[in-house]
Design a protein around this ligand. Structure first.
Ligand code: 15L
Length: 264
């Protein structure tokens, strides 16, 4: 059990789903975001921070023995905004972690770091990044920051290339990429409790029948997702055209439509 877990990006959609479950991994939870959170539970506190401001990041990291880094821009955006929050922000976080005892970090990377791979590819952690936009590029950069701090200083990180963390899939693609909040919590729990985390990369997806990611290189982590999006497949109207399109190579990219969208 952690004493105090820092959650960045705590006002966002993923953090909001996880918050009630975080009592399973930490006694105290420090929530941080640029948007204030007021509905605090007894075990929670809130400290606002801009991720590109080193002093503000120092203030949130100090006193924490684990970090769940969900902060930054979470969708495709302009290069200028991505640069500040996701690139400079990542550097600030790792700089602070060195100052304050190297708390283990879970870095919310994204499937969009690999979004240009095809639906028919089966990826493991050895696959090279193929981002589908600036957002994906920033996540690939973040993974390399974490790798360098591990090799140089021994900072331990779990990189989780999150698919789609939602209560349930919103479209047929998410039948492949869905990560249930319950499986994410068990991943967080493993990351903070496994004896040696080192620098580990996993794909953040549940045990979906249609998943196209293989976590065999992270076997030492001992994470076993339990949920399968197939339970929601019937909620989508006839999936046959969708499945045919995949077979014919028409519905191609793991990141969905992002690769073919213009840059902002
Ligand atoms: C992401 O990285 C986004 O943060 C999220 O909003 C979803 O779009 C998700 O990927 C996805 O690909 O479904």
């Amino acid at each position: 059990m952690l004493s105090r877990l820092l959650v960045t990006g705590a006002s966002g959609g993923v953090a909001t789903q996880l918050r009630p479950l975080l009592t399973q991994v930490a006694e105290q939870v420090r929530l941080s975001d640029i948007r204030e959170i007021t509905d605090l539970a007894e075990h929670e506190e809130f400290i606002a921070a801009e991720l590109s401001d080193q002093a503000q990041v120092d203030a949130i990291v100090e006193g924490c023995d684990g970090v769940l880094h969900l902060g930054g821009i979470s969708l495709e955006d302009t290069w200028e905004k991505i640069l500040v929050s996701n690139v400079i922000g990542m550097h600030c976080l790792y700089t602070s972690a060195q100052k304050f005892g190297q708390p283990r970090i879970i870095f919310a990377s994204s499937n969009h770091a690999m979004g240009a791979y095809k639906f028919t590819d089966m990826l493991d952690a050895s696959a090279l990044p193929r981002p589908d936009g600036y957002y994906g590029v920033s996540k690939a950069f973040g993974e390399q920051v974490a790798s360098m701090y591990h090799d140089k200083f021994g900072q331990q990180t779990l990189v989780v290339r999150i698919g789609s963390c939602l209560p349930k899939p919103k479209d047929p693609r998410m039948l492949s990429t869905w990560l249930s909040p319950r499986d994410f919590i068990s991943l967080i729990d493993r990351s903070f409790n496994v004896e040696h985390l080192g620098y580990t990369i996993v794909y953040g997806a549940s045990a979906n029948t249609r998943r196209f990611w293989d976590d065999k290189l992270a076997v030492d982590l001992g994470w076993e997702p339990k949920d399968d999006s197939e339970q929601f497949a019937a909620e989508f109207a006839d999936l046959t055209p969708y499945e045919d399109a995949i077979d014919q190579g028409l519905l191609t990219y793991q990141g969905g439509v992002w690769l073919k969208a213009p840059l902002i």
